[in-house]
Design a protein around this ligand. Sequence first.
Ligand SMILES: Cc1cc2nc3c(=O)[nH]c(=O)nc-3n(C[C@H](O)[C@H](O)[C@H](O)COP(=O)(O)OP(=O)(O)OC[C@H]3O[C@@H](n4cnc5c(N)ncnc54)[C@H](O)[C@@H]3O)c2cc1C
Length: 390
Amino acid sequence: MTSILLPDSETEIEAIVHEAAQSHSPLAIHGGGTRPIGKPVHADRTLSTKLLTGITLYEPSELVISARAGTPLAEIQQTLAANRQRLPFEPIDYRHLLGNHGIPTIGGVTASNSSGPRRIHSGAARDSLIGVRATTGRGETIKSGGRVMKNVTGYDFVKLLAGSWGTLAVLTEITYKLLPEAETELTLLLTGLSAECAVEAMTTALGTPFEVTGAAHLPATDGMPTRTALRLEGFDASVRYRTDRLYSVLQPFVAFETIAAEASRVLWASIRDVEALETPHDATIWRISVRPTDGPRVGESLKAKLGSRVLYDWAGGLVWASAPADGDGGAAVVRGAVASVGGHAMLVRGSPELRASVPVFEPESPGVAAMSRLIKATFDPAGVLNPGRM
Ligand SMILES: Cc1cc2nc3c(=O)[nH]c(=O)nc-3n(C[C@H](O)[C@H](O)[C@H](O)COP(=O)(O)OP(=O)(O)OC[C@H]3O[C@@H](n4cnc5c(N)ncnc54)[C@H](O)[C@@H]3O)c2cc1C
């Protein structure tokens, strides 16, 4: 049984981490605990940011928000929605896929660089992150970036800490730039396409000037053929005009349907949260990044060799695939398929035993691994923050 530490200030976090480093006593870092991804961390104590909450700055006219790391994502999204604004990168909510009931925090979203379907249009969480405060494994708080883009000087720690999974520092305060909420959205649905045709349709659509903000291909389900979804967002008249134009460009792909605003939002939330692969609950789930044109080759090979169900997002550049739970959870086949085209794969869902026994993240090349070790040793010389996670 691990003990849980609940600091409510940065000063307290500094003291806890400093003491942990002095006594070489590792800490597991928790936000809402909704992303138990990576190798299981062995630590007697958990540092939770649950009490480190609150929006510290919100300037709608400047499109910028700062919040302490433990602030629930939902609180931030509600505050932004009241001003018809949003985080640009559409963070995934992992709770259904991973079967847990925590409360996602803005710190967890940032530490995992959680980025959803809109990444192809607006970039990843990392790209909207403009400032962080974080306590390193030395127990010292650093500040990088700020509340305006031009504050970034020197080393860009902001980008480094996004996606570092709590292994370099405990994030304490985070600043994001924002986007206005779109007035409306609409989704064009193409049914019955093969993965290869779907990627051709999605990349064709992305190559037009009609600003597609989501491009995904969903697997066939009982009684329903595959569906390829293309999202357009913006002012009503503009969305209708762009839909008509896109429709003409995509005529060769036949079988169309359009989905209006509310149903479109529901569909994209389900794509974002990978609902298509939720069951069976014990299947292993892999998240694979490749060139969009290589997506079908990887996906079809996993279907043939592992019986995978596959969901393609980012026009084919992000492949979500299920695999059997037993053995190595499909690790050797997935790594082989990715190596044949170039890219990386992350084991998102798997038992703690599986995550302990196979590489969860894409194994790094020797040069990158040496650099990663150097960065870890600089930020966390005693190795007390989430040891072993990556
Ligand atoms: C239009 C388009 C074109 C593309 N073209 C190419 C291409 O030509 N070549 C290509 O290779 N890819 C291509 N991709 C894929 C794209 O490059 C990947 O999505 C991107 O590399 C993901 O990197 P990231 O670190 O930003 O993403 P993240 O989502 O942060 O991470 C990706 C993976 O790396 C892991 N990771 C993150 N940080 C670390 C860390 N510090 N240490 C270890 N693991 C970590 C994550 O857990 C995850 O598994 C393309 C994608 C799109 C949409």
